[in-house]
Design a protein around this ligand. Sequence first.
Ligand SMILES: *Cc1c(COP(=O)(O)O)cnc(C)c1O
Length: 387
Amino acid sequence: MKIPYVITPGPTQVRENVRLARSMETTNPDIDLEFYEFYKETCEKMAEIMNTKNQVRILCGEGILGLEAACASLTEQGDRVLVIDNGIFGEGFSDFVKMYGGEVVYFKGDRQKSIDIEELETFLENDSNFKYATVVHCDTPSGVLNDISKICPLLKSKGIITVVDTVAAMVGEELRVDEWKIDIALGGSQKALSAPPGLTIVSISDAALKAMETRKTPITGFYCNLSIWKNYYEEKWFPYTMPISDIIGLRQAIDNILEEGKLNVIERHKIIAEATRNVIREAGLNLYIKAGYSNTVTVVEVPEGIKVEELLEYMKKKYNLLISGSFGYLKGKVIRIGHMGENARLEKTLFVLNGLEDGLKALGYECKVGMGQVFFNSIKDTLRVNS
Ligand SMILES: *Cc1c(COP(=O)(O)O)cnc(C)c1O
């Protein structure tokens, strides 16, 4: 298998020290008490990144597990759940809510903008009788970023439990779980954390835990039951054997972030993303989102007459560069530059922009500026190559 240069919005590139950490010799994580300490410390470091005092757990399963687990743990037959939808992942939460017997009510926003807080406020004045609400921080297929700092406090003021999918934003965008009143925040290892896919990260507030413990009916399922983790440390009993190599790798990825400084990492994403958006506009191309851009992914409309698959294939063939199209209603319309985590680097984004410009040219679209050059000049004094 020939490994391409991956600049997709997850999975992202994995730094060598993370890959090496995953190849270390392993112990038996069920019975070795030192592993319980290692796991607990890793969760605490994750809590530091997420700015929370809530319990954080690392679960065995790719990011989607967290979305399903939150819905499985909270939903009882007939519960009304507010699904805040301005994108594919936003809408997708409804599948999990329904699967566990919940009654979905949508708040639908413009898919090219962040959720409008005033509209949501008006909506909630008429109807706020919801057990919990789901919202996506960065909805990756379109790259729209929602203002969780306003949405969750508003929901909590109505007594609604808040569930946030921040899988594609966490680490690349600010995330203040406690200050923003997020009851359940969900992340995945393969996005800006830049570890391979396989782990879900979840923070659980006391209010969310209480809602699980005071249910009238038991939680359906075992893997998706977030309450089984409650006393793992005191009892030295994991619900199942932990994927130890995945966790050792994640720990290195977390240490990489903390070593650079979590605020520096967020700033690096901002610099790369703003410069990318600017040069895309200067080239005469259109960004899909009209307001509320996530700094983890840039979604670009493909000019008339150019086929997304041909463009992607050209870049793959000529440069071994893997970027992605999108799916759902955006399929065949846009391409996505996933500058998140280890991908959010000057030289990597430069390579993508040069490849994209060449690909567009080969298929008949001439950019108005040399994208690579303009991008490089705009940030070369701010970010060094390799940083
Ligand atoms: C990646 C992602 C997930 C996890 O699901 P995948 O199977 O990796 O696509 C969940 N939510 C969002 C917003 C994501 O970007």
